[in-house]
Design a protein around this ligand. Sequence first.
Ligand code: NAD
Length: 398
Amino acid sequence: MKYPFFSRRHFIHQLGAAAFMAPAVGSLALQSCQGKSGESKAEEASSETTKTGAERKLGIALVGLGQYSEGELAPALEKTVNCRLAGIVTSTPEKAEKWKKKYNIPDKNVYDYKTFDQIADNPDIDIVYVVLPNSMHAEYTTRAAKAGKHVICEKPMAMNAEECQQMIDACKQANRQLSIGYRLHFEPHNQEMMRLGQKEVFGKVNRIIAHNGQVQDAENLWRLGKGIGGGGPLRDVGIYCLQGAIYTKGQIPIAVSAKLHPVTDPEKFSKVEEGMDFSLYFADGTVAECRTSFNDKYNQLRAEAANGWFELSPAYAYAGLEGKTSKGKMDIENVPQQARQMDAFANCILTNTPTTVPGEMGMRDVQLIEAIFKAAKTGQKVPTKDVLQVMDKSAIPS
Ligand code: NAD
């Protein structure tokens, strides 16, 4: 499937109609900002803040310039049409210098973690994107909201449901929107899984297989629960299995069970689980069989339904996704996921419409993660009927 070029105005209009969905009816290309000279980009940056309404690109400040910001988000922000990279927050002066030069960021838009709250006085910054280790998400989301900024917070939203609630409350109190960095809700292969599953195109889905694992580098301390902690495969990559199963089935599980993988490297996995199998039980009897690991590679989302099957492999990668169904290959193009995700959120702000991936969805997943850990610890099935009932139903336009 080819993605035709649309103007920014058309893009905003389309997005406003909850039209992220249905790759089968065509999707949207992103206007590239690449190819502009550094000077013209700097001019554009300084004039953006004075523009109003739909003409204005919202300014995003990235907080934490680690692998994901550097490798994915900053390059994606060169492809966005509704927003742009306007500021950075880092405690490393060398990184600040490198980024300032590379992305023409003015000194006044560069903060460290001590000066961060002064971002409140900066009209260039509309959205703060929290891309820090998981244990820091709650603090920086809350501080960003208090500074009067809209927030995108990376997954997992926080370390526990209480933190999630505080983040939601802080954004509500400040009258700012909060979304979670769930890029796959804006990715056409995964949107097709939502459409096929939620609309029961192959009949009732009765089994889902969702596996996501990667071999974790021993140097990545926080992901291994060391240093400031907050890692582990379930929170880091297993969350995609949860997400994939829920948006394919179109329901939230009523119970979970889990079993830890045996530990083969006790030094590396002294603080977090090495891997885990977990099952999600849905009210109609459907079971999602999920697997996650920091010591093995897999990347699959498959649904088996009454009249056929459909699957993605890889399913959760940044690019190169491939889909098949019992009727043949999915003919869907890969697109810049993070650019679509950030443009979608900027559009929600510009058009005052709610995001399809709100803080409440992040909290739902953290509640489920807590239940999965409890199930692994007790060996018992844990009921999850009380988790927040938040669902992305954009696959089925009303
Ligand atoms: P990273 O370790 O590469 O980067 C973390 C950044 O936080 C670094 O720049 C580091 O300097 C900074 N930092 C500030 N204070 C710190 C402290 N006290 N300890 C450690 N680092 C500190 O991590 P990353 O891979 O960029 O991940 C960041 C967040 O983004 C995580 O929440 C992760 O789950 C999420 N992420 C999401 C995706 C996705 O596809 N949505 C992909 C990768 C990462």
